[in-house]
Design a protein around this ligand. Structure first.
Ligand code: GLU
Length: 489
């Protein structure tokens, strides 16, 4: 079988972390089986439409490396489409849905409903009060064909409802197994609204069929819609695709992942300096474990390993600390040239005071200590300006200001007497300073601590040798002298 999957987002403004996983799994499954992956824009709910959302979605998918074979693309900033099953934007397919709704009416699988919003609302409230199901009460199913014709001719604008037959509905889901629902629990779903726009249910079934989708991979929240879709497939006489409903993504407190507890937009994570490849890797493992303990996978390796039958049933917790760890791993494994390129856009004004050589040195040192690319600004700061600090910070543990000053004077003397080339080699600086400590019979802490604070202005920083190497002879000596003076006042 030729496999075809789709990602079918609604353009509501940003790409949710959960949708990224849906897109990723659909992509991985298609690529693993050398199938086709398509993008379809589901924009029939005009109240949720956000200007520019389609463009931003396409850009985000591109940044994440999720390329698709069919669907809308941006060419010179304009929307175009590739693929032969389009248009891939539902608002451009309205006629198709109307045609299909008409066909269902003719077959007796759907019916016109003229009930006003007010009447439906009253009936719903009354049912709620008497604790009855709040489904549509089928008033319009009882209209005679003549009554329907007369009302249509009089210009009334009805909706079209699916007529759910009696009995029960069973469908298979790769992840959830066999699911059975009693039909009396299913509402006679509106398929076409009075304004001629289809609802999600009609549009999704018509499109998935006409576009040749074989596997529907999406979030668990859609599973309750499947019975309605199954009835539509049957009414049209179409083959039912394979379903795979992915487990929910949860907040650490096990509630559904929501904005309230942190960011949920992929774009936010990218802006905050998470690498697309790390975010993808992390999201791929939310509910899927290829093998054992291994956690770092490239996209290519994920394609190779992906298997829908290994997707968990239970919800997966989105843990930002774990993502931080993974992002740090990716940053550390990058070669310096690439890291420079990737970090540059995050530098902003801080970059202006730096030449490429210096930036390279800083990154070589700070790469080990970075979690996200936005942190670059903070990591660069101590090298481009002296950071103000409290003199007390220069004092090692139970030592004294006097002792700190004496040790700094010793280091200053040592470094100013050394050949300037020593500063070109971080290992040499370290050897010289450590030899000095040993010769004098000092401990490391009382010397290296004040030296590090004097050079960085902070208690968390790279080693004093690394900082001296980056700052160079002149600036290193100046900062040591400043600290000595600071301790004397
Ligand atoms: N348009 C739906 C959404 O916004 C897609 C549901 C589906 O994949 O069937 O997520």
């Amino acid at each position: 079988m030729n496999i075809k999957t789709r990602f079918a987002p609604s353009p509501t403004g940003y790409l949710h972390i959960g949708s990224l996983r849906t897109a990723l799994y659909s992509f991985l499954f298609a690529r693993h089986h050398a199938g086709v992956f398509l993008l379809r824009i589901e924009d029939t709910d005009r109240t949720r439409y956000v200007e520019g959302a389609i463009e931003s979605l396409i850009k985000t998918l591109a940044r994440m490396g999720l390329d698709y074979d069919e669907g809308p693309v941006l060419v010179d900033g304009r929307l175009e489409e590739k693929g032969e099953n389009g248009p891939y934007t539902q608002s451009a397919r309205l006629e198709l849905y109307t045609e299909h709704a008409r066909r269902l009416i003719e077959q007796g699988d759907a019916y016109y409903c003229f009930c006003s919003r007010e009447r439906l609302e009253d009936a719903r409230k009354a049912a709620e009060l008497s604790r009855l199901p709040t489904k549509y009460d089928r008033t319009c199913l009882r209209l005679t064909p003549e009554e329907v014709r007369a009302r249509l001719e009089a210009g009334e604008k009805p909706v079209v409802r699916l007529h759910i037959p009696e009995g029960e509905t069973t469908f298979e889901d790769i992840i959830r197994g066999s699911v059975t629902i009693q039909n009396e629990q299913i509402d006679d779903q509106v398929l076409l609204k009075a304004d001629g726009f289809p609802t999600y249910h009609l549009a999704v079934v018509v499109d998935d069929h006409l576009m040749g989708v074989t596997h529907i991979i999406r979030g668990e929240e859609w599973i309750s819609s499947v019975p309605k879709h199954v009835h539509l497939y049957r009414a049209f006489g179409w083959a039912i695709p394979v379903y795979a409903h992915l487990p929910l993504i949860l907040n650490p407190d096990k509630s559904k992942l929501s904005k309230r507890q942190g960011d949920v937009a992929v774009e936010e994570y990218l802006t905050k300096g998470y690498l697309p490849e790390a975010l993808l890797n992390y999201v791929a493992l939310l509910g899927f474990n290829p093998t054992g303990d291994r956690e770092i996978y490239t996209l290519r390796e994920l394609i190779e390993a992906f298997d829908l039958s290994k997707v968990n049933k239970s919800g997966a917790v989105f843990d930002v600390q774990k993502l931080d760890w993974m992002n740090g791993m990716y940053i550390r494994s990058m070669d310096l040239g690439t890291l420079m390129e990737r970090a540059e856009p995050f530098l902003g004004g801080a970059g202006k005071a730096l030449d490429a050589e210096r930036l390279k040195k800083i990154l070589a040192v700070e790469q080990e200590r970075m979690t996200t690319l936005t942190e670059i600004v903070e990591h660069v700061r101590p090298y481009v300006e002296s950071v103000a600090y409290d003199a007390a910070l220069l004092v090692w543990k139970k030592s004294t200001k006097e002792d700190a000053r004496a040790k700094l004077e010793g280091v200053h003397e040592l470094l100013s007497a050394m050949a300037p080339q020593v500063f070109d080699d971080v290992a040499l600086i370290e050897t010289e300073v450590k030899r000095y400590i040993e010769d004098k019979g000092f401990e490391n802490g009382p010397v290296l601590w004040p030296m590090r604070v004097a050079l960085s202005g902070s208690q968390n920083s790279a080693s004093p040798f690394q900082i001296a190497w980056i700052l160079g002879r002149e600036e290193t000596l100046a900062r040591l002298a400043h600290a000595i003076e600071y301790l004397s006042s």
